[in-house]
Design a protein around this ligand. Structure first.
Ligand code: HEC
Length: 124
């Protein structure tokens, strides 16, 4: 009789371990940074500024022409239905020299900048 209880005890202990392992897996989420989810608004401070810092400032920072929101924003307005200069440059569209010069942004970075422009290029 005692032996039976012991077996049952061991079984409960084992199952609770397996159960605990499943419980321990929690999805990671970061609410501050848009990681390619189009339902989350893109932030200039958290999403766009780091892309510019890492890919553009090495050349443009010297003159400060992409060094602030105001300066980046100058390139986000489009004229006569054409894409804005910022979008045209990072996508290498016809009529623009592709930026960053000699390289390119990742598809995710291009998507983020495009989404940010479409959302009104806000200083957010
Ligand atoms: C290796 C150097 C280099 C890097 C890195 C670079 N650029 Fe440029 N960029 C240039 C040069 C040189 C010009 C001027 C020649 C031209 O118009 O293509 C220029 C011009 C521009 C212009 C037009 C400026 C004006 O006054 O009309 C924009 C906008 C621009 N770049 C955006 C970017 C963006 C956005 C990035 C980062 C994703 C970037 N660039 C990265 C070298 C660079």
């Amino acid at each position: 009789m005692r032996f039976k209880f012991w077996i049952i005890g061991v079984c409960i202990a084992c199952f609770s371990c397996v159960y605990n392992k499943k419980e321990a897996v929690t999805p990671s989420s970061n609410n501050n940074v848009n990681d390619g989810n189009p339902t989350i608004p893109v932030s200039f401070k958290n999403d766009i500024s780091p892309i510019i810092q890492n890919n553009c400032i090495s050349c443009h920072g010297i003159y400060g022409d992409l060094g602030s929101y105001t300066n980046v924003n100058k390139y986000t307005t489009s004229t006569s239905g054409k894409a804005s200069e910022l979008e045209g440059r990072i996508k290498g569209m016809e009529g623009w020299n592709k930026m960053p010069q000699g390289g390119s942004l990742s598809q995710l970075e291009i998507n983020k900048i495009t989404q940010w422009i479409n959302e009104g290029a806000k200083d957010n």
